[in-house]
Design a protein around this ligand. Sequence first.
Ligand code: B12
Length: 213
Amino acid sequence: MANPGAIAKAMSALREDQLNDLIKKAIKAKVPADEIVAECRAGLGEVGERFNKGEYFISELMFAGEIMKDVMATLTPLLKKGPKPKAKAGAKHIVVATVRGDIHDIGKDIVVLMLRGAGYDVTDLGVDVKPEGIVDAVRKSKAFMVGLSVFLTTCCKALQDTADALKKAGLRDQVNIMIGGAAASDMVAQRTGCDSYGATAVDAVTLAHAAAK
Ligand code: B12
């Protein structure tokens, strides 16, 4: 990166024109798309901090989300072109969702993109998905893995409810549950009866490879 931190700074300041300009330059300089995404995430983290401090309001949070969606429209074709490890034969299907009550989807969409790029069949259930919806999808697809995004701490209970619903349906032994997103951590995974936590979409692929039988 020619000017480290500049993309994160432009993102956190919500300077869309400057950000687009810096991203164009980074692409031209052949900076890998996942590095650009990482800088944007750092900037969005700062947006979250400013929101917490009362310096930004919900309108700024929404604007940041829109900017990031546009950035992803530019970067998605480049992420697709990156080198990809391949899925193991046999274990193919993964169900991905943002949990009940939570509508954050930008990170989830990147996870879906990377998993598909690695050769997995992915059912993307979208956002605000109830445990029953996940159970149905696992049953239909015979998935070996579930990926859950969670961004709001108030929604962590939905992780536990999803793991419990899978158990009640007799499907828990068949699936490995990985979690990710701003409210997720190793500890949250442990406490909610899930199997693993990944900090990035690349981790999601690594965890899928590890769980594939
Ligand atoms: C943009 C944004 C929004 C946008 C979302 C737009 C969209 N379409 O997604 C909007 C404006 C809608 C929004 C709304 C709200 N938000 Co918001 N939002 C954010 C923000 C700034 C960025 C999130 C983001 O897109 N990041 C960019 C992507 C690329 O990164 P990522 O999401 O982290 O994803 C990566 C990894 O996490 C990982 N990953 C993601 N999912 C998964 C899944 C698996 C299985 C694995 C392995 C990995 C993985 O891979 C991804 C790529 O590497 C975060 C701040 C933050 N630190 O995350 C707050 C944040 C999540 N929001 C927050 C809040 C409070 C809210 C609201 C409640 C605000 C309000 N008062 O209304 C509402 C809630 C709405 C709801 N019911 O869900 C808080 C949550 C605090 C908390 N502890 O609960 C945060 C943390 C901001 C803060 N205060 O610090 N938000």
